[in-house]
Design a protein. Structure first.
Ligand code: G4P
Length: 530
């Protein structure tokens, strides 16, 4: 196999999604442990330290001990080159969290075994569902009392609307947790047999059909329960179907305990077999093949101010095809210009380093002198195709922004426009008001604080934020609709986005229905595909 193909085929690029506290950080650390990036899982103390080590780009992150921005970790394991796209797991997540999923080939959904499906899991899952990417479920914290296993699996199917196929099955939970049963091999993998918290622990595997040995390992009651549960499961669950997994229609389910390091390696090994290397991507001209086509990438995130002294921006690109090598000339389609990607960087476990080469599936961050926008395509000179744009996700919180010192008008407009171009916030103007008053929409309320902080620190502009009651936003499909003619409810607001597209803000879902009823032929969209 040629070198290029070998490199691309070993790439696995995925995101880990979860509701806060389900164990995403812990699981990521354990993956790094297996990748040899850290010697003992315990050596990364607490999540605050771990996250700072990875991305202490903004003071606000340090102050709060959370990761506002997503980062990428790359490491090698079992002949695979793994790229983990870290999505902020805090309650106040942002549009970046969604966008990161656009750059991933699959997602691992971590669920707390005691809690089941939680609100943020649901939201993130919806975005994965729209793209149809493979979703793998890791039900965590089995060393604590968990809910009934059948009930948990049932909840995932019902709440998220996806079929599941448990690849392994827990043997008890909490104090009774004894390990998992590997349905593929028919073996019991024992919990007590592994040395907790290290990767040195020897996995002890006993065949369930070896009655004597399995009885000795589990005890009579636990063995009996397991045998009847497996019988039930074999009769009731969907058979494993790789094609359904590839299309995001069937989620393989795993059980384990990230904290005690149990079930992580089994999961990782199956996962790496079941998830694919980078796949072809659609562009407006043709399907781009990761191996046969030359270098191409798209920008999915722009991060400002990583170095305060230089006020630099970094554009994060997902490479979709071919090989990138430092210093090569490429074509920036939206800018219609040949460019050189400057200071290309990749993230290793705990630092950024300059890359000489990167392949389809990898994420690189390049210096951005202010020319890139989210969704832009970069390809080889002579090519001109564009990858599908990244949708604008519907903000859920809105505020009116006013500047305190009106003399600083220019800085204010510049600052807020730049921050909006980076995609951290969306800005809207009320029809006929221009930039006098701006309505800002965000996915997570923390972004309001980030906006206030950045305008003050980077542009010396103080602002006042007045939160507005709107919770729903709808783009009007026909851009030429005469806004004055729309008859809505009294609490509805008509605005335009930065691109001049008309849209409506609503306080509740009832008003949306009412407005649709009153305006025949009006079509509204929840997402805007750029
Ligand atoms: P997150 O990134 O999804 O927000 O979750 P994180 O990994 O930070 O885990 C949240 C809490 O749950 C942490 O405890 C962590 O130690 C614990 N945890 C994670 N996996 C397991 C597991 O398999 N079993 C058990 N029993 N606990 C688990 P914390 O006390 O909030 O934080 P820390 O001080 O331990 O970092």
């Amino acid at each position: 196999m040629p070198e290029l193909e070998k490199e691309i085929r070993k790439r696995r690029t995925f995101a880990i999604i979860s509701h806060p506290d389900a164990g995403k950080t812990t699981l990521t650390e354990k993956f790094l442990l297996y990748g040899g990036q850290i010697n003992l899982a315990g050596s990364v103390k607490g999540k605050a330290t771990a996250r700072h080590a990875v991305s202490d780009w903004m003071d606000i992150e340090k102050e709060r001990g959370i990761s506002v921005t997503s980062s990428v970790l790359q490491f090698e394991y079992a002949d695979c080159c793994i790229n983990i796209l870290d999505t902020p797991g805090h309650q106040d997540f942002s549009e970046d969290t969604y966008r990161t999923l656009m750059a991933a080939d699959s997602a691992v959904m971590v669920i707390d075994g005691a809690k089941g499906v939680e609100p943020q899991t649901r939201k993130l899952f919806k975005v994965c569902g729209r793209r149809g990417i493979p979703i793998f479920t890791f039900i965590n914290k089995m060393d604590r009392d968990a809910r009934d296993t059948f009930e948990l699996v049932d909840e995932i199917e019902k709440e998220l609307g996806i079929a599941t196929c448990p690849i392994n099955w827990p043997i008890g939970s909490g104090h009774e947790f004894q390990g998992v049963y590997d349905r593929n091999t028919g073996e019991i993998v024992s919990f007590t047999g592994t040395l907790k918290g290290t990767k040195e622990g020897q996995e002890i595997r006993i065949s369930l059909s070896d009655e004597e040995a399995s009885l000795k390992a589990l005890g009579e009651d636990a063995r009996e329960t397991l045998v009847s549960e497996i019988e039930l499961l074999d009769g009731a669950s969907e058979p494993f179907d790789q094609d359904a997994v590839d299309h995001g229609k069937l989620s393989p389910v795993f059980f384990g305990s990230a904290l005690t390091n149990f079930g992580v390696e089994i999961f990782l090994n199956y996962f790496l077999q079941m998830t694919s290397s980078p796949l072809p991507r659609e562009s407006d001209e043709r399907i781009i093949d990761p191996i046969k086509d030359g270098f191409s990438a798209f920008v999915f995130k722009i991060q400002a101010n990583m170095n305060k002294a230089h006020r630099d921006r970094i554009a994060f690109m997902r490479i979709c095809s071919g090989r990138f090598s430092a210093g090569m000339d490429v074509f920036h389609v939206q800018g219609n210009k040949n460019v050189r990607l400057m200071q290309p960087q990749q993230m290793m476990a705990d630092d950024r380093h300059v890359v000489d080469e990167a392949y389809a599936g990898d994420i690189i961050g390049v210096f951005d002198p202010g020319i890139y926008a989210i969704g832009d395509t970069i390809c080889m000179p002579g090519q001109k195709f564009r990858f599908a744009g990244i949708p604008s996700f519907a903000p859920e919180h809105f505020a009116r922004v006013r500047q305190v010192d009106t003399m600083k008008r220019k800085q204010f407009v510049k600052g807020i426009t730049q921050i909006a171009q980076e995609g951290a916030i969306q800005i809207f103007q009320e029809d006929n008001y221009g930039m006098e008053e701006i309505i800002v929409g965000v996915v997570g309320v923390l972004q309001f604080e980030v906006l206030q902080y950045r305008l003050k620190n980077e542009y010396s502009v103080e602002i006042l934020l007045e939160q507005l009651p709107y919770e729903h936003i709808r783009w009007i499909r026909d851009r030429d609709t005469d806004m004055d003619k729309i008859r809505g409810t009294s609490d509805m607001k008509k605005v335009r986005d930065l691109k001049g597209r008309p849209l409506l803000l609503f306080v509740n879902a009832w008003s949306i229905g009412m407005t649709l009823d009153r305006n025949e032929g009006l079509e509204l969209d929840e997402f805007s595909d750029n």
